[in-house]
Design a protein around this ligand. Structure first.
Ligand SMILES: [Zn+2]
Ligand SMILES: [Zn+2]
Length: 290
């Protein structure tokens, strides 16, 4: 493989961690591609949460704007008690194994939301229909806590969503149930089966978890086929970047960077962290032709 050996963040290249309206971003894929072009980025990846729904629109936008695109998904997984985000790139979206994984996750999350609403309904005047009424895309929306919060606001229990999130919808409330997710092992296996490239996102971000993945947990995922680590991300503090770079050098892993852009949804600026061109070429070489 290419001798990349970077120890400092790349100054030019691609932003391969971007969210659009197809998950929790505020902008369309076309806006993503246009803004990336205006910034002089070499390319971008669309990496919405647990979906490939935006891929076609992003591809059309990539052609219209004339900027190359990687197709990706940020998949939420669980490794013991650690919630892990994994970036999957350039995999076959029609692969049966990965489709079944997404479908069963969606079904489990729907059941989880229904159970939470049933618990909340014992104390507050809401029903499942009220929650469904808060979704924009109906069936296609993954119904979750934001919609339950909105239903409680509509019922007059709270004034706004954040009040609901510090009340009945809080993760510390007695109604809370954890979000069902596939294991990291299942995600690596499914993405590999679909011919893709798999990278752990912001693996050193202490804000996200009380416990971070240990070297041993990362080592096990490397044995199972992990391709790389997202080192250049605003959530990874310097000492974690150093740790992750050490693991990557030892095991010849890809080192990626991305902004985790959400449009107006988060302060992260498009292009604030990048992946160098040599790493992109390696992702394209390893992934499937789409
Ligand atoms: Zn993430
Ligand atoms: Zn993200």
């Amino acid at each position: 493989m290419t001798e990349i050996g970077i120890t400092a963040p790349p100054a030019v290249g691609w932003d391969i961690h971007c969210h659009t309206v197809f998950s929790d971003g505020t902008e369309t894929p076309l806006t993503l591609l246009r803004q990336a072009k205006a910034l002089g980025l070499h390319g971008v990846a669309i990496s919405d949460h647990d979906t490939t729904a935006g891929w076609q629109e992003a591809l059309d936008a990539s052609r219209e704007v004339g900027l190359p695109l990687l197709r990706g998904t940020e998949i939420t997984a669980a490794d013991d008690d650690v919630s892990v985000h994994m970036l999957a790139f350039q995999y076959d979206p029609t692969n049966v194994r990965i489709r079944e994984m997404f479908a069963s996750t969606r079904a489990a999350r729907l059941r989880r939301s229904q159970r939470m609403v049933a618990l909340i309904a014992q104390d507050y005047p809401i029903a499942w229909e009220d929650v469904l009424a808060q979704t924009r895309e109906g069936e296609r929306t993954t119904v979750g806590r934001p919609h339950i919060a909105d239903a409680l606001v509509a019922a007059g229990v709270y004034r706004n969503r954040s009040e609901a999130f510090s009340g009945a919808v809080s993760s510390t409330a007695k109604y809370y149930l954890p979000t069902p997710s596939p294991t990291t092992r299942e995600v690596v296996a499914a993405v590999k089966d679909a011919g893709g490239v798999i990278v752990i996102a912001h693996a050193g971000d202490p804000q996200r978890n009380r416990n971070l993945l240990s070297d041993r947990q990362i080592g096990r995922l490397i044995d199972e086929g992990l391709d790389g680590l997202e080192v250049w991300h605003r959530g990874n503090p310097p000492e974690q970047r150093e740790r992750l770079l050490g693991i990557a050098a030892k095991h010849d892993l890809l080192v990626t960077g991305g902004s985790d852009w959400h449009g107006k949804g988060k302060p992260n600026k498009l292009g604030e962290n990048l992946t160098d061109d040599a790493t992109i070429r390696e992702i394209l070489r390893r992934g499937v032709r789409l």
